[in-house]
Design a binder for this molecule. Structure first.
Ligand code: EPU
Length: 431
């Protein structure tokens, strides 16, 4: 087993380079399944969620070649298997994009229910509503999602109004609609940067998608998508995580390879807290020298403050002056990490979707657990600002979404390393 060990107290200085966006890459790679020909995908992050989704594609018969560290070629011209393996699908949320991709291309899909972080219930009713609107029959039984166009052939276009803004449903419906017979309209669509990135990828392969990035997306189905090359956008949440790390630990860091516009919602809160953020063309310069001020934060779909930054901003607010109020409005249960923060001396009370954080002068290092991906990133931030040593276990959650996190932070002066713990020292968890 491995852990992260952090000796807190070092300010961060230097440059951190941001990788390709996880949530864009895990949508674009399944989209390559719909393409007849070779897709060259650049700026692919080296994280375990990407490794898993590529493994699934290989199992289905895709030819995946590594061109260099961040570039892959995927050729799905000869898909021989359309049954997605359970053991792989259950480990990752994005495996359910294979329903949209397979249904769109072949009119038929059989995909195990997905995995991903536990954030409360993660229903897929809006995905199903979209597929049904496109003429498919969908059944969820025995842990599998079965979707099929009755009588064979591809789905038809359809009109879908999403009951809530859903990133996953918008992506899945867009995938399926790209090769459908006719026009699909998604209303109340999600507007996240990775939705636009997926639409740009599909359009560059010959799809006809308009309006991505607004709440109405129109997709005119085409008969075929052809190969080409595409570069994944930088990761908004990875960049936001390092911005929050500088805010918590102090110092000044140039965060490179970002789209500053995507960071506006995060920048605005950090500035309100007293952090200096300077936007450059493809970088942000973040500096924190004075005290942190309290703020209130409410998570919202893009362009609001991202739920995937909620635990990280909470880590910063733990040592801000005064009392901050955090409201989670996307997920039902995203405060499981609070218990871990309390071990480090944080003062946080949670009532339903609201967390009240009373800033303390200093957190203190402690053994803690990464209970999910973003909670794990928040533990790292808390460890950087804490006095003493923090050891974070269950780091496999963090490695699902952050490429070379230890190297990036150590390169900016953090005292962080990976510790190998012999298995016999690992105590079984009780309860
Ligand atoms: N929802 C439904 N029914 C549906 C779909 C969603 O009720 O059919 C609800 C959810 O329960 C939730 C809300 O709608 O309350 C939003 O869920 P959404 O579908 O937008 O989330 P997702 O697609 O499952 C993606 C990201 C998450 C991120 C959310 C919100 C990926 C692979 N995952 O999840 O990212 O939190 O959007 O922005 O893109 C992460 O990267 O750490 C992560 C969890």
């Amino acid at each position: 087993m491995t852990k992260y060990q952090i000796r807190g107290g070092n300010q961060l200085h230097g440059t951190i380079e941001i990788s390709g966006a996880k949530n864009a890459a895990v949508a674009i790679i399944p989209a390559a399944l719909m393409v007849d020909g070779v897709c060259r995908i650049e700026n692919v992050p080296q994280i375990s969620d990407v490794t898993l989704i590529l493994k699934i594609l290989r199992e289905l018969g895709a030819n995946v070649q590594t061109v260099n560290r961040t570039t892959i070629d995927i050729d799905c011209s000869h898909i021989r298997n359309r049954q997605v393996p359970y053991e792989l699908a259950r480990k990752i949320r994005a495996s359910y994009y294979l329903v949209g991709a397979l249904l769109g291309r072949f009119g038929w899909a059989e995909v195990p229910l997905p995995g991903g972080c536990y954030l409360g219930g993660r229903p897929i009713d809006q995905h199903i509503k979209g597929f049904v609107a496109m003429g498919a029959e969908v059944d969820v039984r025995n842990g599998l999602i079965y979707a099929q166009v009755p009588g064979g052939g591809r789905p038809a276009g359809g009109q879908v109004y999403l009951d809530m803004v859903s990133v996953g449903a918008t992506i899945n419906i867009m995938l399926c609609a790209a090769l459908a017979n006719g026009m699909t309209v998604i209303e109340n669509a999600a507007k996240e940067p990775h939705i636009v990135d997926l639409a740009n990828f599909l359009n560059s392969m010959g799809a006809d998608i308009m309006g991505a990035g607004t709440d109405v997306i129109k997709i005119r189905g085409v008969s075929r998508l052809r190969g080409g090359s595409y570069s994944v956008i930088p990761d908004q949440i990875e960049a936001g995580t390092y911005m929050a790390a500088v805010a918590a630990a102090g110092g000044e860091v140039l965060i490179k390879n970002v789209i500053p516009k995507h960071l506006d919602c995060i920048t605005a809160k950090l500035v309100e807290m007293g952090v200096d953020v300077e936007e450059l063309d493809d970088a942000v310069f973040v500096r924190r020298s004075g005290p942190l001020h309290r703020v209130n934060v409410k998570t919202m779909p893009y362009p609001g403050f991202p739920t995937d930054m909620q635990p990280q901003i909470a880590a910063v607010l733990c040592t801000a002056q005064g009392t901050s109020v955090l409201t989670e409005s996307v997920w039902e249960n995203r405060y499981r990490y609070v218990e871990e923060f309390r071990r480090m001396g944080a003062r946080i009370q949670v009532d339903g979707k609201v967390a009240v954080i009373e800033g303390v002068d200093r957190l203190t290092g402690a053994p803690v657990q990464a209970c999910d991906l973003r909670a794990g990133a928040a533990m790292v931030i808390a460890g950087l600002s804490a006095q003493g040593v923090t050891e974070i276990s269950s780091i496999e959650h963090i490695e699902r979404g952050y490429e070379t996190l230890v190297e990036k932070l150590a390169g900016a002066g953090a005292d962080i390393r990976v510790l190998s713990v012999p298995d016999k020292e690992v105590q079984p968890q009780v309860g």
